[in-house]
Write a protein that binds this ligand. Sequence first.
Ligand code: AMP
Ligand code: GLY
Length: 430
Amino acid sequence: MKVLILGSGGREDAFAWKLSNESQIEKIYVSPGHDGMSRFEKVETIGSFSHEELRDFAKEKKIDLTIVGPETALTMGIVDLFIDSGLRIFGPSKKAAQLEGSKIFAKNFMKKYEIPTASFETYDNYKDAVAGLSNWPIEEKGIVIKADGLAGGKGVVVTHDRSEAEHTINDFMINPEISVKSDTILFENILPGDEVSVFALCKGLDSFYLGSACDHKRLGDNDTGPNTGGMGCFRDPSWPDLNLLNKIEERILKPTLQGCMAEGMSYNGFLFMGLMIDEKSDPYVVEYNVRLGDPETQTLLPLLDGSLGQFIYDFIDSGSADGLSLKDEASVHIVATSGGYPSLDDSPLDLGHSIDLGNVQDGIFLAGIKNDENGNGYLNSGGRVLGVTVSSSTVDEAREKAYRLMENIKFKGMHYRSDIARRKRGETNG
Ligand code: AMP
Ligand code: GLY
């Protein structure tokens, strides 16, 4: 089977690694990919192309399966384009991808189909948003403010401070110096509890539970500093337990797939349910993503037994497949970033430094790197540079081993958190 993977980060590196180890897979193309991916057998990176060019490439090379990493391609409708040409691609249609592409679309969908989520209000102009804010009990209950469209993790602010809330709506709706821009804005209640991301493969009303993971979004230890794409992640096999997974399936996954069907946007692809679990162990949706997560993918894929490529191929056709299972183990993934990341004000990152991998080969996923033209190794070329994943019988063991591995790796300006997978339930996420 020939596979095309779209994307260039650590998530796509993990896909390439997993598929390259599967005997069912003959060849893997990655677009755009990065310079490090050719370290895996059968993998060829092909650079950047338009969606139409990618479709033509897939036809010409007789690609059997295309897997989409990032959300943008999905919200722009790459799946519709490929399907119209009779190509097999795993991901939701443009319409269904709005579950991630528009937070307001997702909230209205959840309200209509009675899927538990925080209560909310929406505003489509600044004046009304200011008036709405003046009636919101911020000091007492806090508020979550969200820009409507995709914002690369920069479009959400959770606060108990009225002046911060006022600044945020000005930033999101008016301030030309802030990259997040939205004509529509969402206010919602803060959901208390523990955050967990749950992943399923879906086709119509059929689904397969892939696994769960908890990520760390803030840049610094103890959940301090700015939000990032994710600084690390862990999977604890003991939580969510079966009882909670059952609630998630009955109250969230099934009604979501039924709602999609009823809206004429039957859901195919990975579904990422970002959830908050309250003290009664009841799940609420914080957000949907219509793809796998980064770094959640790097945390979960090493725990999968069986061929992911074959499983997806069979599943797309029939909504059922076998031969894939998640090991009953813990895993921990730690991300290393470049100096200056996440650069919310778009100031330049500290790039171009030689990366000493210290002979680490297994368990490392590369992301923001490129070949050093003057040497044999890599230079850092992006915000999130690489990550290491270790699995073990307990989270504590996996964390210790992952940190030991990371200590071998060095580059100028390198930063990683020292408390990944230390969060206990009942502590807030960040
Ligand atoms: P989102 O982009 O919607 O996932 O939001 C980013 C992060 O903000 C989430 O992962 C949560 O940690 C936090 N967040 C978003 N909405 C809420 C909410 N209603 N209550 C508490 N935290 C939230
Ligand atoms: N780690 C969160 C995401 O991929 O959206």
